[in-house]
Ligand binder design. Sequence first.
Ligand code: ZN
Length: 164
Amino acid sequence: MNSNPDICHVCGMTADPVVENVEYHKMYFWFCSGQCRERFVENPALYASKYAPEQKEILKKRTLHLAEPPDEEVAELLTSYLMDLMGVKEVVVEREQLHITYNLLQVTEAQIEEALTEAGLQLDDSWRERLRRAWVHDTEEIELKNLVAKPGSCCNKPPPGSLK
Ligand SMILES: [Zn+2]
């Protein structure tokens, strides 16, 4: 049994046959983009099971800091560039700050940062910001992993949310 080859299994949009499919537990899954494929590969159990395309959203609102404020034209380009990423809901550029709202099931801050770097933008490299980013990457990873963990199964791990 395979998933529907016409539908991206992460975001529910039309799948792109150019994006290589992924085999997981003898099932094949298709995707609309490399970005969605990456989300699936990092956490296949999550997307292959209960979070099929008609899934819900886990919205995150975060502020990323650029090394320097972009001028108006760049800010505009930057906004539409980020809005083109799967799962990005809202982008507001305020001087060197990027206020971004996104669906964690479709995109992570790590992927957004990567897209920014690929576009040639430099992130604020202060110690504080690097620490914040590392923390966000960790907590997002844990949050996605916890979605797969069966609720109620007994263990000594702290419940999700207590890891802040
Ligand atoms: Zn997709």
